[in-house]
Design a binder for this molecule. Structure first.
Ligand code: URA
Length: 236
């Protein structure tokens, strides 16, 4: 791999900035100062840049507690995105695994591993996603059965069976709290499912995706690398 591409992939800067800096100040590769941005390196090369050793990592994985008000995209001309929340130095090839609505909070995996994203998102794999929802409306036992039997949305879309757990109901406020497990990820799916039974989602948070559970220590907007155990639970 070219030296400038390697440093850019590892989050040291853009290719054009790095080309200039390498020509000007050089990079130490295996003890020699290199000023050629196209110099060829491999995984065993010992690279020191700006005084730090830069180790090669093919894939990175972050667990983010997505805050409300931020869009699930890699970059956007006008708005800040979930990837912007990952601080520097960061790789330029990060993306969120799936989308949460702008007003939805909770677990979002940010990575550059396309194969893992495909495994988690492919409709064939039916990965469980658990959400906490506060809805306007009174949830009843009969709703649990409707979700379990597979709801048909108002536009005719048939949902796979889902698990609805009613956590609390307040007749005074006319609100309910619930946990819902779905095995697919259609656009606005949870909101549309509740809407089809006459309840409106007023707050939504994703708690888990497959084996990955949102770390309760992460405040909205905070993130961390996945642990070794989390990575192995994902088969990494
Ligand atoms: N379902 C929704 O309606 N919104 C989300 O953000 C995620 C699932």
């Amino acid at each position: 791999m070219r030296l400038d591409k390697f440093l850019s992939d590892m989050g040291a800067g853009t290719r054009s900035e790095l080309k200039k800096e390498i020509r000007r100040s050089g990079v130490t590769v295996d003890g020699k100062v290199i000023k050629d941005p196209g110099f060829s390196i491999d995984a065993s090369s010992y690279v020191v840049f700006r005084g730090s050793v830069i180790e090669y990592e093919e894939f990175v994985y972050y667990m983010l507690n997505k805050p409300a008000g931020i869009i699930s995209a890699s970059d956007d001309d006008r708005e800040s995105t979930v990837v912007d929340l990952i601080g520097e130095p960061k790789r330029r090839d990060l993306f969120p695994v799936g989308r949460l609505d702008r007003d939805t909070e909770g677990l979002l995996l940010i990575t550059n591993d396309g194969a893992l994203a495909h495994r988690l998102l492919s409709p064939k794999h039916h990965v469980d996603k658990v959400y906490y929802a506060r809805v306007s409306g009174i949830l009843e036992d009969s709703d649990i059965e409707l979700f379990r039997d597979g709801l048909v949305l108002t536009d005719g879309l048939e949902c796979l069976p889902a698990e609805l757990k009613v956590l609390s109901v307040s007749e005074d406020d006319y609100t309910s709290e619930a946990e819902i497990t779905i095995r697919e990820g259609k656009f606005h799916q949870v909101k549309r499912m509740f809407s089809s039974i006459g309840a409106e989602v007023v707050y939504l948070k994703r708690l888990s995706m497959g084996p990955l559970v949102l770390d309760p220590g992460l405040e909205p907007g905070a993130y961390r690398r996945l642990t070794e155990e989390e990575m192995s639970s994902l088969g990494l």
